[in-house]
Write a protein that binds this ligand. Sequence first.
Ligand code: AHM
Ligand code: MG
Length: 341
Amino acid sequence: MSSDNIGITISNHLLLNQQQLSTGATGSYTRLLQALVLACKIIQRDVAKAGLVDVLGRAGSINVQGEEVQKLDELANTTVKRRLSTSGECCGLASEEEADIIEIPRQYPKGNYIVHFDPLDGSSNIDANVSIGTIFSIYRRITPSTNDISLLDMLQKGVEQVGAGYVIYGSSCILVFSTGQGVNGFTLDPSIGEFLLSHPNIKTPEKGKIYSINEGNYNYWDAPTKKYIDWVKTGYQEHKTHYTARYVGSLVADFHRNLLYGGIFLYPADLKDPKKPQGKLRLMCEANPLAYIVEQAGGLATTGKERILDIEPRHLHQRTPLIIGSPEDVRIYEDFISGKR
Ligand code: AHM
Ligand code: MG
């Protein structure tokens, strides 16, 4: 997508892409993305007036991850579910907020797409007006459409994604996504209610100065991760980089900043919670979509030992270590893990 197209609407961008990519395109994929875009606009509206209407605070229930559900989480979850279910393009959904596969209600037509989503990432930040977001990951079904949707369809490797993206509800509302031909960012113009192309063809810097990690977990990390972070902070003689720490605590915000500026985000495995030995982040609705985007932008995403997109998923809410960002930074971390450094 050339920079000449700056300012075009997301609908136009999708139509142009559809024409360029696939002769005989049916428009299904475009309709699916349009349903996601609408869901995110609705969530943005709800987030923007959160302090004025009664949607802040906890909803009083515990989600499948054992965390408290916030009211906005519920609203966002319902919104994405409803828009995708009625789009006519999906056959199965999975949300961070729900334990099982979400089937499409019988009254709606079904399509061939599967979407995993985190409806409101960074939800512990909601009440403090800190940036939060929605993350989504798209696959095509692999079993015959006459069958019920199964875990075979839902649990495909990240490398099989046919699209992924996120929206940040921040100082402005930005949607970043990739359909496998690079990464583009669109900013919502609230006066006309449209996402307009603002960041065409995003490429992440080869190397950055930012490191993003929750250092409160230091004592729970493995020895190579401790050694790496010590090196980042005290190894100037060797790396000649004045690293700077930045950590919002909303994955979408930390990821987006590092994507644009360069750097590394780490949520490694830790021993803090024996129930989460693989760290906190979820493979299907957080790590895979961001790994897809970062690779499309020239970056890397790994567990330290394995490429994120190659992980064989075993269950919907599987967690994984996630080390993601500028390729040179991620490779150096891998060298610490393998003992080369
Ligand atoms: P959430 O999806 O329930 O909001 O949890 C995921 C969030 C990420 O956005 C963020 O990177 C991480 O949790 C922060 O965790 P911690 O507070 O342990 O640093
Ligand atoms: Mg999340």
